[in-house]
Design a protein around this ligand. Structure first.
Ligand SMILES: *[C@@H]1O[C@H](CO)[C@@H](O)[C@H](O)[C@H]1NC(C)=O
Ligand SMILES: *[C@@H]1O[C@H](CO)[C@@H](O)[C@H](O)[C@H]1NC(C)=O
Ligand SMILES: *[C@@H]1O[C@H](CO)[C@@H](O)[C@H](O)[C@H]1NC(C)=O
Ligand SMILES: *[C@@H]1O[C@H](CO)[C@@H](O)[C@H](O)[C@H]1NC(C)=O
Ligand SMILES: *[C@@H]1O[C@H](CO)[C@@H](O)[C@H](O)[C@H]1NC(C)=O
Ligand SMILES: *[C@@H]1O[C@H](CO)[C@@H](O)[C@H](O)[C@H]1NC(C)=O
Ligand SMILES: *[C@@H]1O[C@H](CO)[C@@H](O)[C@H](O)[C@H]1NC(C)=O
Length: 413
């Protein structure tokens, strides 16, 4: 008993020392979202934005870009029924902080489990996502799973905002996703005091997650991906390698073919001329809604907004409001320019023995066969989900929670 007690006091002392150092060195501070004063101007701009009375070519599908009726519906909701203050109150239920690492202010959610054995995890979002993309999964992940297969898996959840996104400061022009990975490793280990942890990433967040997985192999001890930083291969290349696809996998591969031929103009625009689109839409909430709302719509499950998906119009308006209200549409677009090789064509294996898990969501926009995912890491689980798309935290939270809990069964500090 005495022995157990002294271990506890040593642990407490260590934790306090770590947070004391963190306060001094990293200026760690609690954070609350407070953007309400910017709402009157947002509402005025949205209300006064003129859209065509009727669609120029009513038959043109969403493959040609956002559809007028959908944009108008969102515009009306933004003005008439969307309640920013209520959403802000919800978001502020998450414990949030800022810390300064290598001169960058990093905003992050940090929700701890009551379980002393909880695994630390960092969840990494992309564009046009934000920390909000993980809102439905954060609290459940802090709780112990009740399913037999995942007994006692729970997490201390950290969700940072990427540099240049919402409340994290815009980085220097030469900043890359490897730099982001390095400061996030410092966040997890030095600011928060976790000596090992797990990672999950999607979209640009998967580029950072993979960099952590590859370069920080003593601290990152498991990884779960729903997207990997390697471009998908063509149906022909799959066939040449004798890889046959299930019907569900084929749907995703077809979506990749479409994305790579008639769906990636935004990617090239932001990679080549981030200031053009960034400044053109800087003070245009409806413009940002058209540019980003189109992606939420086109990249998710056609059933988005119906259970288990919570990716409805409100979720899109929260996402776009976060970008507009924090002036981060311009700075977030630069991530494409700053990382021309963020997504690679040559598949290489990460320098780690840490287990890697992968889940393919049917309506995602890129597709990876198991044989290809296995080329890039120590693949221990490959799953295909027939509901959900590019934003599984919103359009299939229960399965994403399961995916991440499964990783817990492979994690060993
Ligand atoms: C660190 O800062 C937080 C909030 O600013 C404060 O609550 C806490 O007591 C500080 N910890 C130490 C060890 O100074
Ligand atoms: C879960 O925790 C309980 C209580 O600490 C323990 O009895 C049980 O063996 C644990 N289960 C697993 C699979 O570790
Ligand atoms: C990046 O730019 C900053 C100035 O903004 C400079 O201090 C730093 O040395 C540059 N880093 C590299 C790797 O070029
Ligand atoms: C694919 O299968 C064919 C026929 O069995 C075989 O000749 C070919 O070598 C295989 N290709 C690869 C890349 O395994
Ligand atoms: C995949 O889908 C395409 C388009 O619907 C179809 O032409 C093709 O035969 C399908 N391939 C497989 C392997 O199911
Ligand atoms: C979207 O779903 C949330 C619950 O996740 C609900 O509160 C909200 O009213 C829904 N919004 C719309 C426009 O249906
Ligand atoms: C970590 O990476 C280094 C450098 O590539 C390598 O030498 C080492 O074996 C790796 N360690 C693990 C545990 O994979």
């Amino acid at each position: 008993m005495f022995f157990a007690l002294s271990i506890v006091s040593v642990l407490v002392a260590t934790t306090v020392a770590a947070s004391g150092a963190a306060n001094d060195t990293f200026n760690l501070k609690p954070f609350k979202i407070d953007l309400s004063s910017k709402i009157p101007r947002l509402t005025e701009l949205v209300r006064n934005t003129r859209l065509p009375e009727k669609a120029l070519y009513p038959e043109a599908g969403q493959g040609k870009g956002i559809q007028l009726d959908f944009l108008r519906e969102l515009q009306t909701e933004w003005v008439e029924s969307f309640d920013w203050d209520a959403q802000q109150t919800e978001l502020n239920r998450f414990k949030q902080y800022t810390a300064v690492v290598e001169g960058q202010t990093v905003h992050f959610v940090h929700e701890k489990s009551e379980d002393p054995d909880a695994i630390p995890i960092i969840l990494l979002h992309g564009w046009p996502g934000s920390f909000y993309e993980f809102a439905p999964v954060i609290k459940p992940l802090t709780q112990s799973s009740t399913s037999a297969a995942r007994e006692n898996v729970s997490y201390n959840v950290v969700v940072p905002s990427l540099p240049g996104f919402v409340f994290s400061s815009a980085p220097p022009e030469n900043w890359t996703t490897d730099d982001t990975a390095r400061i996030y490793n410092t966040l997890m280990t030095e600011v928060l005091g976790y000596s090992t942890y797990a990672v999950h990433g999607t979209d640009w967040g998967c580029v950072v997650a993979y960099s952590l997985y590859n370069f920080f192999n003593t601290t990152v001890r498991a990884a779960q991906f729903v997207f990997i930083p390697f471009f998908s291969v063509s149906p022909q290349e799959l066939a040449d390698n004798n890889i046959t696809l299930s019907a569900v996998q084929n749907v995703t591969e077809q979506r990749y073919t479409k994305w790579s031929t008639v769906g990636n103009a935004y990617f090239l625009e932001q990679e080549n001329k981030p200031n053009d689109i960034g400044l053109a839409l800087y003070d245009s909430p409806v413009g940002q809604l058209a540019w980003m709302g189109a992606k939420f719509k086109l990249w998710s499950d056609p059933r988005a907004g119906t259970p288990p998906s919570v990716l409805n119009n409100t979720a899109i308006l929260i996402s776009v409001s976060l970008y507009y209200l924090t002036d981060s549409f311009l700075s977030s677009g630069w991530i494409y320019e700053q990382n021309p090789n963020g997504f690679r064509t040559v598949y290489t294996k990460a320098n780690t023995d840490a287990p890697m898990l992968f889940s393919q969501y049917k309506y995602n926009i890129l597709f990876w066969a198991q044989e290809y995912v296995a080329k890039v890491g120590n693949l221990v689980s490959y799953k295909v989900h027939d509901f959900g798309g590019h934003f599984p935290g919103l359009d299939n939270p229960p399965e994403l929670i399961e995916d991440i809990r499964e990783m817990g069964t492979y994690f060993s500090a």
